[in-house]
Design a protein around this ligand. Sequence first.
Ligand SMILES: [Zn+2]
Length: 295
Amino acid sequence: MGLVLYVSPVENIGVDSFKRDVAIMDTTWTVIKLTLWNDFVHVLDENLNHVDVAPIIVACGLHVKSFYGTYLSTGYHTRVYVNPVNEKTTSLSTWYEIGKLAKIRRDWFRSPTFSLKSSIDISNTPRIRLSQFPSVRKVQYCRVVAYACRVDSVDNIIYEACNRCLKKVVIFQGLQKCQSCNLTNTVTIPRLLLRLTIFDKSGNLKVTILHDLAQHLLGCLATEIKSVLQQPNGRNRVMEKVFACFGNRAFSWVLHPPIGDFNPEHSYTVGYVLHVDWAEECMWLNKYIASKKRK
Ligand SMILES: [Zn+2]
């Protein structure tokens, strides 16, 4: 049983199969994908994404599947009900109507910023403090709210990559060589790599923002940064741009947790950077305080 946050359009799969994905959530705030196949695609439609309701779907006889994360799928024995009235669905819809947060979450799922999969991954990401980061295991991502306190020198913000495989090229006997493609005199394109240190009250962490995300956050292309760097005073101008983006502001950082032992000198890769949702932060803080009281 879950509140339907988002309904995807119908997709044709193969010759005569159709499917539709929906994101559902219950009072645990866990969001899961439910894939509706064939006849079941008609129980909901994507117009629901534009109205101020979140229907409740109740389904039984579902398959639990795994493909880059767990999801539910309809099958031969599945039964699906939309908005059935009983004690449990009434209590879920009351929970949804009273709290504003569930609606914020619903609207976030309906905004086209991320793919459905990314939205689910980010939404289910555990919120931690930086001091807990070294011991985080067995999750795809974790999330911290932190400020950027130091930007590494902008000298290495650009690297030259092979235009075939996008791997960094090395200089070999004065020529650019891609070790991955085993080509010398490789044609290269500039790529961005932004290294920062972030901090919260509990500690700090070195992080790396890779090319696509860095371009998105800085709002310009690697080629533009490269040409600015070649101009007089270019380094300062690039530094200013980075500070304008990250300086004096908290962000919600979605990070890949450490693989193996934590190394404070290692720079950990950032998956996504989001604006802080303060309503959600309050909810997390309440949970955090409640868990401290229990101990
Ligand atoms: Zn290559």
